[in-house]
Design a protein around this ligand. Sequence first.
Ligand code: AMP
Length: 422
Amino acid sequence: MTFEELDIIEPIQKAIKGHGYTHPTPIQEQSIPILLDRKDLLGCAQTGTGKTAAFAIPILQHLFLDKKRSSGARNIRALVMTPTRELAIQIDDSFTTYGKYTGIRNTVIFGGVKQNPQTTALRRGVDVLVATPGRLLDLMNQGYISLKHIEFFVLDEADHMLDMGFIHDIKKIIAKLPTKRQSLFFSATMPQDIVALSHKILGTPEKVTIKPEQATAEKVEQAVYYVSKRCKVSLLVHILLNEPYESVLVFSRTKHGADKIVKLLVRAKIRAEAIHGNKSQNARQKALANFKSGETTVLVATDIAARGIDVSGLALVVNYDLPNVSETYVHRIGRTGRAKASGVALSFCNGEERPYLRDIQKLIGQKIPVIDDHPFVDDGTEDAVAAKPKKPQSRPKPKGQNKWRGGASSKKAKRPYSGNRD
Ligand code: AMP
């Protein structure tokens, strides 16, 4: 399947080809025809699947083809709502990229920064607005934004919107939308409350599901280390000093934990920075920019702050803490191995986290190979027994042989997905 076959108009095709996309991803292949047909869409998909382009391209195409209709001042005709600033900025960038030759104007608004530059951009007139819920409501209440011309509405990462407590804001915003519109609803997971919310937004939607396995199994090499809580930092330092991964994203469950990890990495002369909700927007942007430019090699993030981080060529994802929600694991490791690139995801699992590991393996339908030749192996008795460092026989390498093991035994396992990558 090609973008031509999806009936994408020339100016958008030119932009996406210029951006290096040759073929649509599965979610794009499935969603674009539905959306060009002006149907509502319920998409069960996570970040990393190409879902931004799956909704941005058809919206841009509709706006471009209807451009003549809107003579005079520009009105906001498409609204994309997303939970975090990072994700909002990234989606806005995507609209700019794909819409480069369309003359469609887009802007982004989010909280935590001064509103003036945002209201100035809004006053100049935009066709597409990408927003986080709090700032959107705020600027609506101040009279800077009217939703009465909205024709396209996207609710992105619905499950995280609810996790972050945005439900009331979302309901207030939906109430202001025109009833005649095309609505798109994306969520990585579909528990009951999400399904209920989708009913409030969508008419009779078409459904597209991109299974987590499709996103992870093909591209990401995964492995797990059994290690006690107190030895996790030492293990991380050990891995990072022994293998010079160029860009590493480390997930910490808590903000405090993220800061502590950074402190200890820096002490070991590893260039690391943290990104989480307690940092100012500027500090977060700076940390992200340093990471993208290679100034720092390790970014330690909480799940919420990491939403929307899109760094090409991310070599390694480390689950320093295993998440208790299995879908989060899939989300995290989707940060590496994006689009065509392959990546490595290593997980640190202490005794308490073993049930989480079981759940994750159940969700992804595979057993994650265990690396047991490291100095901090924990036998699962949790932190009561301090793991005694011993000399490693061999170290895990980003590329190479014999690093993947099939379990706590020394039986060798096949390197995962080696025959499966493109
Ligand atoms: P998303 O799920 O929207 O965050 O996209 C994940 C990554 O895939 C981003 O880095 C996109 O730039 C990239 N991407 C999206 N669509 C394509 C495509 N058709 N070909 C190659 N890369 C893509």
